[in-house]
Design a protein around this ligand. Structure first.
Ligand SMILES: Nc1ncnc2c1ncn2[C@@H]1O[C@H](COP(=O)(O)OP(=O)(O)O)[C@@H](O)[C@H]1O
Ligand SMILES: [Mg+2]
Length: 354
């Protein structure tokens, strides 16, 4: 993961505030501690023993095991498409991360604010907050992901004007128009980072008869972004390693940048049409603000090569990638913690159900 957290001194955890914010993402979980900043960033992955479902590894170590497990072990991404797919694994993962940051402060009962996608149902919201209560939270607040991402991207969400934000995570792409602190129009699609990985794997299977794993597909997508941003790049081809569909043997093929972009074009079209549909439903005054200020993209998926250019062409308004897109939601959640009274209207308190 990209952020260098090694500079943060965790040797005195008893000085940590009891107020923490969690971006519980499909791809990654990030934790912000009031007064400290982001102190944890780990993949949202759990590795379990098959017979007992006992959790063996969580986070980075579990991610490295994806596609490499023996029969007795399986890996799971407990959040899928922005919702909790496996409650026990989500609870176990959160408990592990929270314990990790409060190692020496055993009896702390923090106030926890969790960033959740707007698509989640009331039942799922309750499930998320229940996990936090189970982890020992004193009280739990929820904040909607596009709102947190917009705050993290520095947008003036309380102004009477249209703030247009598109957050592309692992499981969902969410678009929202925010004005006066609330979401006026929103749209969501499951075409996001994970779907893009699947499209790459599908394309390589269909065109080259090669099976590749989820992590290899994701690496190719990220390499494409790096390659695209380099001014003078010699490598117009990527080497892809996988298993031949017919012979079953390991094979290395070459894939061009253009081929990779082709593989992703259909998905980009779906994201663009989700944005267009939201624009069509936006009241005219807000549309006029949006034409001036443009669309701000957050989330890791916004880094996809050429996505900003294609979207701009299709919706005919300026498109910008926020600074540090992978950290917008957690930074926004953190900003809300630091200024609790200013942001109280966007924080929803949840009660414990049992
Ligand atoms: N440079 C990049 N180009 C394209 N996609 C990227 C890049 N960096 C990260 N991603 C993708 O961003 C997604 C994770 O974004 P994130 O905002 O952390 O998601 P979530 O909120 O679901 O945890 C993953 O699907 C990852 O592959
Ligand atoms: Mg996210």
């Amino acid at each position: 993961m990209g952020k260098d957290l090694s500079r943060i001194n965790l040797s005195f955890p008893f000085t940590l505030s009891r107020n923490i914010g969690i971006d519980l993402g499909t791809s990654a979980t990030l934790i912000y501690v009031k007064g400290k900043g982001i102190i944890l960033e780990e993949p949202s992955v759990v590795a379990c023993q098959r017979n007992s479902n006992r959790i063996l590894e969580v986070g980075l170590k579990a991610k490295a095991m994806i596609g490499r497990t023996p029969k007795g072990i399986y890996t799971i991404r407990p959040l899928q498409y922005g919702v909790i797919a496996d409650f026990e694994a989500t609870a176990g993962m959160l408990r592990y991360f929270i314990k990790k940051i409060f190692t020496r402060y055993k009896f702390i009962r923090p106030t926890i604010t969790i960033c959740v996608p707007t698509g989640v149902t009331e039942v799922e919201k309750r499930a998320v907050s229940e996990v936090a209560y189970e982890c020992g939270a004193r009280s739990v607040f929820l904040i909607e992901e596009p709102v947190a991402a917009a705050i993290g991207a520095g947008l003036p969400i309380f102004e009477p004007m249209g703030n247009f934000v598109l957050d592309i995570g692992g499981g969902t792409s969410e678009v929202a128009v925010i004005s006066l602190g609330g979401i006026v129009v929103n749209g969501i699609t499951k075409v996001a980072g994970d779907h893009l990985n699947q499209q790459i794997a599908k394309y390589i299977k269909e065109t080259h008869g090669l099976y590749i794993g989820e992590l290899t597909a994701e690496d190719l997508k990220i390499e494409l972004c790096k390659n695209n941003n380099r001014e003078h790049n010699k490598e117009d081809y990527f080497e892809v390693r996988g298993r031949d569909r017919i012979s079953g043997l390991p094979v290395i093929i070459k894939l061009s940048k253009e081929q990779l972009k082709d593989a992703l074009y259909g998905s980009v079209e779906i994201i663009a049409s989700t944005v267009k549909t939201a624009l069509e439903r936006t009241p005219p005054e807000l549309v006029s603000d949006i034409i001036n200020k443009g669309l701000i993209m957050t989330g890791g998926g916004s880094l996809l090569a050429d996505l900003d250019k294609i979207l701009q062409e299709q919706i005919q308004i300026p498109v910008f990638i926020s600074r540090e897109p992978l950290y917008c939601a957690v930074k926004g959640t953190g900003e809300a913690l630091e200024n609790f009274s200013k942001y109280s209207s966007v924080l929803v308190k949840t009660a414990r159900s049992r």
